[in-house]
Write a protein that binds this ligand. Structure first.
Ligand code: ASP
Length: 327
């Protein structure tokens, strides 16, 4: 059963270099979640464009100065985690018990190192906890209290749950509590954030951060912290961050499937991403999208929902941000 209609669909690509074989010096591509409001008022749209732009500029500053793709995506994602518009960090959605639990993951494409956290309640920037786990290297995935004890020891800032509170998310929680309308579970989950980058050294990285699905069951994890499903990076192919109905994205191993199609079938990033999002997931009515950059600096941003907050910046060019189709 579709949770809501797969009305408008789109797929778009922006070639890193249309008429040249050389790759751009660096590329950063981000998303702020798929499944946007069908026609948001202009002032709200402007806020999202601004939030995306701030994230792009923060990440680009790292790349421009020769910093790593990992540090660039962390800079972009923390900006969006701190922005209450997005469903990650401050502004995350509530679970069915009225609590905020967040998930995040990160991966670098040179050695395939990765880190992930799930169900964290006090970590101000969950992407920093995921990075601390990756940097430590002993484990890949920590959840709950253990994840936060580890992150705090690694110097990651902890805050009270109140920090994450926003009135619109709380109103949405109370509304669903009263109505128990299943469609609201998905409709109010908008705003997961993610980033993928190619740096001057030719390294790829990707990361994703989320409050998960609105009104999710206590203990539920989505695809965002699952390496392979929500996040993937491989210097031989591409870096991907996903957003959408997590259960389907886990079952279809979305992010790494795109990379695998490039490596084993020789598909371009656009072809691989289109197949997974616009064909495979569409057929099972699984909603969402991805942003990705490949080793040559080409990007793809397909989504099968009414829109996806998204943007990119390439060396020597101005940042571009988009919400709907054909912008
Ligand atoms: N993928 C996220 C999850 O299932 C939600 C989203 O991206 O909108 O937790």
């Amino acid at each position: 059963m579709a949770l809501f209609s797969l009305g408008m669909i789109t797929s778009e690509s922006v070639s890193g270099q249309s008429n040249s074989t050389s790759r751009p010096e660096y590329v950063l591509v981000i998303h702020g979640g798929a499944g946007v409001l069908e026609s948001a008022p202009a002032d709200i749209q402007a806020k999202y464009h601004n939030g995306l732009r701030e994230a792009l500029l923060a990440g680009e500053a790292v790349l421009k100065s020769g910093g790593s793709a990992i540090d660039a995506i962390v800079a972009a994602i923390t900006k969006m985690e701190d922005n209450p518009l997005f469903n990650a960090g401050k502004g995350a959605v509530y679970n069915e018990a009225g609590e905020i639990t967040m998930d995040a993951s990160i991966m670098e494409g040179k050695e395939g190192r990765a880190g992930a956290v799930g169900l964290v309640k006090h970590t101000k920037n969950p992407i920093l906890a995921a990075k601390a786990i990756m940097d430590d290297g002993r484990h890949v995935f920590l959840v709950g209290e253990g994840a936060e004890i580890f992150a705090q020891k690694a110097g990651v800032e902890m805050v009270e749950q109140d920090y994450f509170y926003t009135q619109p998310r709380w109103d949405a929680y109370e509304h669903t509590l009263k109505t128990k309308l299943e469609r609201e579970f998905h409709l109010n989950s908008k705003g997961t954030v993610g980033a993928a980058a190619l740096d001057k050294h030719g390294n790829l990285a990707a990361g994703t951060s989320t409050g998960g699905m609105h009104f999710k069951r206590v203990g539920r994890l989505g695809d965002s912290p699952v390496i392979g499903a929500g996040t993937w990076a491989d210097n031989q192919s591409c870096a991907v961050s996903a957003t959408g109905h997590g259960e389907y994205f886990i079952r279809n191993n979305v992010a790494s499937d795109i990379s695998a199609r490039m490596k084993y079938l020789g598909e371009t990033l656009q072809k691989a991403a289109d197949y997974v999002i616009m064909d495979k997931l569409m057929k099972i009515e699984a909603e969402g999208g991805i942003i990705a950059v490949d080793k040559d600096g080409n990007i793809a941003m397909p989504f099968n929902t009414t829109g996806m907050y998204r943007g990119y910046v390439k060396a020597g060019e101005k940042p571009v941000t988009k919400i709907y189709i054909g912008e």
